[in-house]
Design a protein around this ligand. Structure first.
Ligand SMILES: *[C@@H]1O[C@H](CO)[C@@H](O)[C@H](O)[C@H]1NC(C)=O
Length: 238
């Protein structure tokens, strides 16, 4: 028993040091040491690919259950969109390679250009009409934009790691559901990463990269770069 605790502690310590890919392998090892399902507990002190393992005997059906995706989030912000993320309160999917979000759009609201470094995404339009697209990587043809008008009932796939966006073309509210092939897809909002990093990327670097004056870059860096993605459950628990 003591040896097992020492082994688990060592794995957790190591996990905080190594790269995500290694963490994934490690977490599987860790999961197999404690449970056959690899379930994870929310709010553990040490993060192993999300959450520390949950003992199999404590697992319940609610670890796999999500509720509240029928609730619209407030889109009263400058982008006119709000992302409700499922990750964070439901331990079950943590190592099962799945996650989902609800995205609400005000009329002409925008889910701004962003990418998910660890997952492809399938987006299903439940209400409204969206213009959605992604930009391919630096191929010989250049960065191609693949974009399309999506109506209610349509679905569209965004390949892993590629920058993409959705814009509500209609003057009514729109709703979409995004499903990911990772329990931890990651989110990099392009403008926020470029202009909202802490500390800021030196202005002479960005000025050169985006071919703008340092004054314009500084102005951009002074703007509020909103993160419209929130953890699912903060609302439903509130
Ligand atoms: C998203 O919606 C929630 C719930 O309505 C709200 O509390 C939150 O402030 C909204 N976020 C933004 C960025 O508008």
């Amino acid at each position: 028993m003591a040896a097992r605790i020492i082994l688990i502690t060592a794995l957790l310590a190591l996990a905080s040091l190594v790269h995500w890919h290694s963490i994934r392998v490690l977490s599987k090892t860790f999961a197999s040491l404690t449970t056959t399902q690899g379930l994870f507990v929310v709010h553990a002190a040490v993060s192993v690919n999300g959450f520390a393992c949950k003992n199999a005997k404590d697992v319940t059906v609610d670890d796999f259950f999500l509720a509240g995706l029928d609730k619209a989030a407030s889109t009263a912000n400058e982008l006119g969109a709000n992302i409700t993320r499922q990750r964070g309160t439901t331990p079950g999917p943590n190592t099962l390679g799945v996650a989902m979000s609800r995205i609400d759009f005000a009329p002409f609201g925008l889910n701004p250009p962003h990418s998910h470094p660890r997952s492809s995404e399938i987006l299903h339009v439940a209400e409204g009409t969206l213009y959605a697209g992604f930009v391919t990587s630096n191929t010989a043809q250049g960065n191609l934009l693949f974009a399309k008008k999506l109506k209610k009932g349509d679905a569209f796939v965004f390949p892993k790691g590629l920058m993409h966006f959705q814009f509500n073309l209609g003057d009514t509210e729109a709703v979409a559901f995004a499903t990911f092939g990772s329990q931890s897809p990651g989110l990099v909002t392009t403008a926020n990463a470029l202009f909202g990093s802490k500390p800021p990327i030196p202005d002479y670097i960005l000025a050169k990269a985006v071919q703008l004056s340092k004054t314009t870059v500084t102005w951009l860096q002074e703007q509020q770069w909103l993160d419209i993605a929130q953890e699912y459950g903060q609302r439903s628990n509130a």
